[in-house]
Design a protein around this ligand. Structure first.
Ligand SMILES: NC(=O)c1ccc[n+]([C@@H]2O[C@H](COP(=O)([O-])OP(=O)(O)OC[C@H]3O[C@@H](n4cnc5c(N)ncnc54)[C@H](OP(=O)(O)O)[C@@H]3O)[C@@H](O)[C@H]2O)c1
Length: 270
């Protein structure tokens, strides 16, 4: 079995845990307890955003867990409506989290004003308040535009990826450019967990369908960001380092691609 390290190194040397805990749609009141459960289960990476309105609860959960802040990798994102005032909104995020830095700060979507916002993120990075910076939902064309701007390259691009939308070309581009790809909605928001190919493999490997999907992404060198509010799922979703999907089965999973977006099912090309 090829042993996978628990972290990947970003282009600036910062280590990012390969499995992160997604908290979108988890209520601010509830998220503190859920984050504590996740930390207990072994997660050392949490993915939130201004737009999720739960940074405060996430910060509380980390604090209450008793874990040293430095041992946790915390990501938050600048919301599109705040692209005209990144510095101010970044400070507001820190205040909500009750932290003096984040590990990764992302532009949430490539909306109007993103170029200027990116320059501001570079400043935040240079001031040492974000250990790394990146983008989310960017395509190759937009990443090329950043390159032409001549400043910093994003360390991360967070996009929707699952076996049903594998974004092979974008992943290859990012990996060649030294940009780590994070997979969001890696469990298709629960919508395709019943797929037959995945469940047959789950039986064969004595794993859950979710574990097969997460491990598939890890073997493609993606950072996987599953979300869960259910203790049993939280625990099992990170138990993905003790098995390996064989090359032939990886191909089977790769062939499930149909550019299906669980986030925008209407946009899917099925
Ligand atoms: N940058 C962006 O624009 C963007 C967009 C979307 C998401 N994200 C990030 O990515 C994270 C994950 O994506 P997501 O929240 O859209 O969805 P997801 O992780 O693909 O799926 C979550 C769903 O799967 C269920 N689930 C989780 N583990 C399971 C298991 N072992 N067995 C059965 N069901 C299971 C969850 O239910 P339970 O809670 O009951 O387990 C929930 O309904 C988000 O939380 C967020 O941090 C980022």
């Amino acid at each position: 079995m090829t042993k996978l390290s628990k972290t990947i190194e970003l282009s600036n040397g910062v280590e990012i845990p390969r499995v992160g805990f997604g908290v979108w749609k988890i209520d601010n009141e509830k998220v503190s307890g859920v984050v504590q459960t996740a930390i207990k289960a072994g997660y050392r990476h949490v993915d939130t955003a201004r737009a999720y309105k739960n940074e405060e609860g996430v910060g509380k959960g980390i604090k209450k867990s008793g874990l040293d802040r430095k041992k946790m990798f915390v990501t938050t994102k600048l919301a599109v409506q705040d692209f005209s005032r990144p510095e101010e909104e970044f400070e507001r995020s820190l205040e909500k989290l009750k932290m003096d830095y984040v590990d990764l700060y992302l532009l949430h979507w490539p909306f109007i004003g993103w170029k200027n916002a990116w320059k501001e993120l570079e400043k935040i990075y240079k001031e040492g308040k974000a250990r790394s910076i990146g983008v989310s939902n960017f395509n190759i064309k937009q990443l090329e535009e950043i390159k032409r701007m001549g400043g910093m390259k994003p360390m991360v691009n967070q996009v929707e990826i699952s076996p049903f939308i594998n974004r092979k070309e974008l992943v290859a581009y990012c990996q060649t450019e030294g940009i780590v790809v994070e997979a969001y909605s890696p469990l298709t928001r629960g919508k395709r967990l019943g797929d037959k190919v995945i469940n047959d493999l789950a039986k064969e490997y004595r794993k859950t369908a979710a574990q097969i999907m997460i491990r598939w992404g890890l073997q493609h060198d993606l950072v996987m960001l599953p979300k869960s509010e259910t203790e049993e799922h939280i625990k099992s979703n990170i138990e993905v380092f003790d098995f390996e999907i064989k090359a032939a089965d990886m191909k089977k999973l790769d062939s499930l691609n149909e550019n299906y977006s669980a986030l925008f099912p209407g946009w899917s090309r099925k």
